[in-house]
Design a protein around this ligand. Structure first.
Ligand code: RIB
Length: 317
C-alpha cells in the first residue's frame, strides 16, 4: 500500500456553522407517526454540521477555525475542550446564555436515520460576530458553510469571502427554500440528491447537464456536487463539464455525519490545492469510512486512511 503523501500546504479553512450535542438512539425500525418504539440505550455524541465538518477537515491536516455559538452549560464547555484537542481554533466560538444546540437522532437496523434539532445557542450567531471574524475569513483558502445557523450571518460571511476572493463551499443542509442565492457567489455547492433536486427543480442526472448549467448560472454557483450514498458522486460545472466519481462499497453502521465528512474532507483537499477529481475521490472515501462507526465525529478518518482507501477506487465508475 502506498504511504500517504503530505500536502505541500495544510490549507486554511474557516467553518461557519453549528455545534450540537447529539442524543443518539438505535432501534430496529424507525417509528411511524403516532408510534412509540424502545431503543436499547441512549448515547451522547458531539455533532452539529458545522463542528462535524470542522473536525473532518482538521483530520485531513487542514488548519481549521470554527465560527459559531455554544451555550453556557456543561455540555458546551466539554464540547469546546474536545474541539481544542482536534486542533481547531475557537477564538470565534462565542459562549452565549442558554443551552447548547441539541440533535435527537434515531438510527434503524439498515443505518437509516431520523434527526430532530433544537438549535439552542446556534441561533444566536449574528452578523456582528461574523464582522469580528472578517480578517480570519479574508485570510483563509476556503470558507465552508452549512444551513444550521441563521441566514444573515451566513450571507455576511460569504460576502466577505467573495470580496476577498476566498473559495466558498456551501453544504445547503438543512435546505432553506428562501435562501438568497442572488446575494452571494458560490464556488462549490455540495448537496445530496434530495437537496439537489429541490435546488434545481428537477432530478440531477447526466442527461440534464444543459439545464443544470443554466440553473447554476441563476444560483450564481460554479460547481454543483451531488452525493448519492452508495452511488457515484456527480459534479456539474457552470461551463457544462460533467464528472462521475466512484465511491467505496461499504456496509454502513450508521450514515450520520457521512455528508459532513465528505464536505470537510473535500474542503480540506481543495484548500490544499488538490484537483477537483482527487478532492472528490478523497471526500467519497471519507464519507464512506464515516458510516462504519457510530456517531458523526468519532469514526471520521484521518488523511492516511483516506489516501489508502482512495487507491481502491476504480479510475472510472
Ligand atoms: O449531519 C449530521 C448532523 O446533523 C448531526 O451531528 C446533528 O447534530 C445534525 O446537525
Amino acid at each position: 500500500m502506498p504511504s500517504p503523501v503530505s500536502p505541500s500546504t495544510p490549507g486554511r479553512i474557516a467553518v461557519v456553522g453549528s455545534l450540537n450535542l447529539d442524543y443518539f438512539t438505535r432501534v430496529d425500525a424507525l417509528p411511524r407517526p403516532g408510534e412509540t418504539v424502545a431503543a436499547s440505550k441512549l448515547t451522547l455524541f458531539r455533532g452539529g454540521k458545522g463542528a462535524n465538518q470542522a473536525v473532518a477537515a482538521a483530520r485531513q491536516g487542514a488548519t481549521v477555525s470554527l465560527i459559531g455559538c455554544v451555550g453556557a452549560d456543561e455540555g458546551g464547555a466539554a464540547y469546546l475542550r474536545s474541539l481544542e484537542e482536534e486542533g481547531i481554533a475557537l477564538d470565534h466560538v462565542r459562549v452565549v446564555p442558554g443551552e447548547t444546540g441539541s440533535a435527537f437522532i434515531t438510527v434503524d437496523r439498515a443505518g437509516e436515520n431520523m434527526i430532530v434539532i433544537a438549535p439552542g445557542a446556534n441561533f444566536e450567531l449574528r452578523r456582528p460576530e461574523i464582522q469580528k471574524a472578517r480578517s480570519l475569513i479574508e485570510s483563509c483558502d476556503v470558507l465552508l458553510c452549512q444551513f444550521e445557523v441563521p441566514t444573515p450571518a451566513l450571507v455576511e460571511a460569504i460576502q466577505i469571502a467573495n470580496r476577498a476572493g476566498v473559495t466558498v463551499v456551501i453544504n445547503p443542509s438543512p435546505l432553506h427554500p428562501a435562501f438568497p442565492w442572488e446575494e452571494i457567489l458560490t464556488d462549490y455547492l455540495i448537496a445530496n440528491e434530495t437537496e439537489a433536486e429541490a435546488l434545481l427543480g428537477f432530478e440531477p442526472t447526466a442527461s440534464a447537464t444543459e439545464e443544470i448549467t443554466e440553473r447554476l448560472r441563476e444560483l450564481r454557483t460554479n460547481t454543483l456536487i451531488v452525493t448519492r450514498g452508495g452511488d457515484p458522486t456527480l459534479s456539474f460545472s457552470r461551463e457544462g463539464a460533467f464528472h462521475e466519481v466512484p465511491v467505496l462499497t461499504v456496509l454502513p453502521v450508521d450514515t450520520v455525519g457521512a455528508g459532513d465528512a465528505f464536505a470537510g474532507c473535500f474542503s480540506a483537499r481543495i484548500a490544499q490545492g488538490t484537483s477537483l477529481d482527487s478532492a472528490l475521490r478523497a471526500a467519497n472515501c471519507a464519507g464512506a469510512l464515516t458510516t462504519l462507526g457510530a456517531g458523526a465525529q468519532d469514526p471520521m478518518p484521518g488523511r492516511g486512511l483516506v489516501d489508502q482507501h482512495e487507491t481502491f477506487l476504480p479510475r472510472h465508475p
